[in-house]
Design a protein around this ligand. Structure first.
Ligand code: NAP
Length: 300
């Protein structure tokens, strides 16, 4: 990774991905600041060496005077729980709040990266989905996230010099591996269909994709990239491999609706990340589920 020495990064939503981005940016020499809602998380982030941590609700203006404007970089990594209102508050009102803050600075944010989701895509039936596919939202939550993307796409140049939208596939990595947990606890039946493809992105590869955006050549700007590994496999293939690695009996699929962890239906498709590989030269370290789960299992 090249140096971010002397550059300032503000991270909004320092959870699973945001904290990993903070660690990587600190290691690259950046001055890192963050906003979180959570006092405990704030203390942990300060202990990591962040220069400033503000505890506030993103959608409010309470924090606007506490984080200086005109940073070189912003990474918006907030996620949401709590149903449609929570989604609207964190994704739409949260992004609007960032843009209002950014627009009040004497100069715009240099590069803003927004971690969106492949849930903006409605496509199923095994289709290969790249960034040219319609993204009008397969679910109400997906539509809300798309609305927040549009806000960013329409941001004035006085607020954001350039932006990148990263549509992330299912995040996994250390301490986040739902399927592996199900097998470890001896589940004999799994919900949904084994024929569905599982589109995964390892946390370390998401971090490297975010850093690739921050460090992209000035000629690259205002684009959307899918972030997924290079070989989405069917769930039955992943489960068979995991069961063999763990020495467990192979669970059956109940054949019901395949759902995301939050319960929303998960369409069957293959998310292509060819564009970010081509445009930014990003290459996932964990090119398929085997590489990612191998690392997780080897770490215990
Ligand atoms: N999980 C997936 O598989 C998946 C798939 C595709 C895309 N994504 C996207 O990837 C990004 C990173 O996900 P993640 O797994 O790192 O999420 P995460 O671990 O849940 O972290 C998100 C952070 O955002 C904070 N946050 C949420 N709403 C906020 C608000 N209104 N004001 C201030 N802080 C707020 C949360 O704070 P609290 O701790 O206080 O709640 C949390 O620290 C998100 O944008 C998510 O939508 C996730």
């Amino acid at each position: 990774m090249s140096s971010l020495h002397g550059q300032r990064l503000v991270i909004f939503g320092c959870g699973y991905v945001g904290t990993a981005v903070a660690r990587a940016a600190l290691a690259a020499g950046a001055r890192v600041e963050a906003l979180t809602r959570n006092q405990e998380k704030a203390a942990a982030l300060r202990a990591l060496g962040l220069a400033k941590v503000v505890v506030a609700e993103l959608s409010s203006a309470d924090w606007h005077g506490q984080i200086a404007g005109e940073p070189d970089f912003v990474d918006n990594c907030v996620s949401a729980g709590g149903g449609p209102d929570g989604y609207r508050q964190s994704y739409v009102a949260g992004l609007q709040s960032i843009l209002t803050w950014a627009g009040a600075g004497a100069a715009p944010v240099g590069t803003l990266v927004y971690t969106s989701s492949t849930s903006v895509y409605p496509q199923g039936e095994g289709m290969v989905v790249d960034e040219s596919a319609p993204a009008d939202g397969g679910t109400p939550n997906g539509r809300t996230i798309r609305e927040s993307e549009i806000l960013l796409q329409n941001a004035p140049a006085t607020a954001v010099r350039r932006h990148f939208i990263l549509r992330l596939a299912g995040i996994y990595g250390p301490d986040r591996h739902h399927l592996l947990d199900q097998l470890r606890t001896g589940a004999d039946t799994l919900g949904g269909s084994g024929a569905h493809h599982l589109n995964l992105a390892h946390r370390e590869d998401i971090v490297s994709a975010i850093l690739a955006c921050l460090q992209a050549a000035p000629t690259v700007a205002n684009d959307i990239f899918n972030v997924a590994d290079q070989a989405p496999a069917r769930r039955e293939e992943v489960v068979r491999w995991l069961a063999a690695r763990l020495g467990r009996a192979l669970p059956a699929f109940d054949g019901g609706t395949t759902a995301r962890r939050g319960g929303q239906p998960m369409p069957d498709r293959v998310i292509s990340s060819a564009k970010i590989q081509r445009v930014l030269g990003w290459q996932p370290q964990f090119c398929d589920f085997r590489a990612g789960f191998d690392r997780i299992l080897s770490q215990g």
